[in-house]
Design a protein around this ligand. Structure first.
Ligand code: URA
Length: 468
């Protein structure tokens, strides 16, 4: 029996080094006991209580990025079996390199569950942590208390450094404390709730934060507040911003609305970027409809934030759900081919979906795409509206009926509406065309070719309208 002692409960790098060495020696999972700082994860194992000196393993076994991402998140769960489960998976990946895609497999399902719980906890810490101000002798220091469910604090540190880099702050948690002095991050021992100051959260910090995640142009304040769980927002200082944000929104509505390029050119690009990142982080923990439960992750939009053209698909497919990126599977390849034929550089466009979680029916080990219903499209509309408000693209292209329904808020007939500019309820310009997977499904080669040519024509028209 091998006992592996990892130095810290979130030390996935140490796990990786150890796991690679064990694989190189062909030690099966049932011969390994994983422990952290002396607590065996398998209490009943007959451990020999020695930690082997682990030489760096030869890099014989290659694992996918998807597995490394999964391991990075699952390792942060508080489940004492997490490292053993990950090693069991790694062991099986030798024979089944695509195992991570088999979400019906009990081990994969269990690890998927750990990953989701960890991602939700990361999101909760970002959304609901509150700073209080103290004077620590060197000036103002902002101190927050947070009790995570999992070992996520270190993994979340970069987020807080980016968001609050200009302040001096400490985040106290039972396991570890993070301290930022404006230039460097340091760690201290775990703390008690009583170590953190009491009193009201610091209003200015949260106002700045929330002003950056609200789009000042056309914010839907009511919807934003609805999105926040009530128990959190009743005492939130940022709600004091609402009247001002509304006033800004109305002023902007009645005057000209700057394009994204103007805003970025005028130095507001950082704000758009921060707001988009905050939005994407929020979406990662979205539970607005039940589709988040079986899906692996939220697949958010991607592309430059000053893109003049935004494409909206239906929902992520099987491959997008695993990769976390839109339009990377078979429909994405068809889309890329058509974009190239139309002379549209995808890298200059923003690509997203009407529904951000993969909806599927499990048939044995396969996950078969299922169409999102009106309730799911409506529940997810919040995100696409926010994306559009932030980017304000010149032209939005609806790929298929689901995207059109999401953008227009009603059913649109593609055959009738394609090929000409449409006005969206918010005043923006949209074009409607078919979804690339429609082309993939056509059984007749001649029809496929003709439909593909029409699709390319639609893309050319929309691109010309975007004036890109
Ligand atoms: N189909 C979509 O609509 N979106 C994707 O991201 C992939 C397939």
């Amino acid at each position: 029996m091998r006992t592996i002692t990892l130095p810290a409960p979130d030390d996935v790098d140490a796990w990786r080094v150890a796991a690679r060495a064990l694989i190189a020696e062909a030690i099966p999972p049932d011969r390994v006991v994983w422990q952290v700082g002396g607590h065996a994860s398998d209490l009943f194992a007959d451990a020999d209580a020695t930690t082997p000196a682990l030489a760096p393993a030869p890099a014989q076994m290659r694992v996918s990025r998807a597995f490394l991402d999964l391991a990075g998140d699952a390792a942060l769960h508080r489940d004492p079996e997490r490292f053993a489960l990950l090693y069991a998976m790694l062991w099986r990946l030798r024979e089944q390199p695509r195992l991570a895609e088999d979400h019906a497999d009990p081990l994969v399902r269990r690890l998927d569950g750990l990953v989701k719980a960890v991602r939700r906890d990361i999101h909760k810490m970002r959304a609901f942590l509150r700073f209080r101000s103290i004077d620590d002798g060197e000036g103002a220091r902002y101190v927050a208390w947070f009790e995570p469910e999992h070992h996520i604090v270190r993994a979340n540190a970069a987020f807080f450094v980016n968001r609050f880099g200009a302040m001096r702050w400490s985040i106290l948690t039972p396991e570890v404390a993070l301290h930022w002095d404006g230039a460097a991050l340091s760690e201290g021992p775990g703390a008690l709730r009583g170590d953190a100051p009491e009193g009201d959260p610091v209003e200015e910090v949260w106002k700045t934060y929330y002003a950056s995640i609200f789009n000042p142009a056309r914010v839907k304040v009511g919807a934003m507040l609805k999105e926040m769980p009530r128990k959190y927002w009743k005492n939130m200082p940022e709600t004091a911003l609402v009247p001002q944000l509304l006033a800004n929104a109305q002023a902007r509505e009645s005057g000209m609305i700057a394009t994204a390029q103007d805003r970025i050119g005028s130095g507001a690009g950082g704000n758009v970027e921060a707001a988009w990142q905050a939005l994407r982080d929020e979406a990662a923990g979205c539970t607005r409809c039940p589709l988040h439960k079986p899906a692996t992750q939220t697949v958010f939009g991607e592309g430059p934030l000053d893109a003049r053209m935004m494409f909206v698909g239906e929902q992520p497919g099987d491959q997008e759900d695993l990769a976390g990126h839109p339009f990377v599977g078979p429909a994405g390849q068809m889309f890329d081919r058509a974009l190239a034929a139309a002379g549209v550089p995808r890298a200059e466009t923003y690509v997203t979906n009407a529904v951000k979680h993969f909806k599927f029916e499990a048939r044995g080990r396969r996950r078969i795409h299922a169409k999102p219903d009106a309730g799911e499209i409506d529940a997810c509309r919040w995100w696409i509206e926010q994306e559009r408000m932030l980017l304000r693209p010149q032209v939005t292209v609806a790929l298929g009926a689901t995207a059109a329904r999401s953008l227009f808020g009603k059913t649109m007939t593609i055959s009738r509406e394609r090929g000409r500019a449409q006005r969206l309820p918010d005043g923006g310009e949209a074009w409607i065309t078919v979804h690339p997977s429609y082309l993939l499904r056509l059984p007749d080669e001649a029809a496929k070719e003709a439909e593909y040519a029409r699709f390319v024509e639609d893309l050319k028209l929309a691109y010309a309208a975007a004036g890109a």
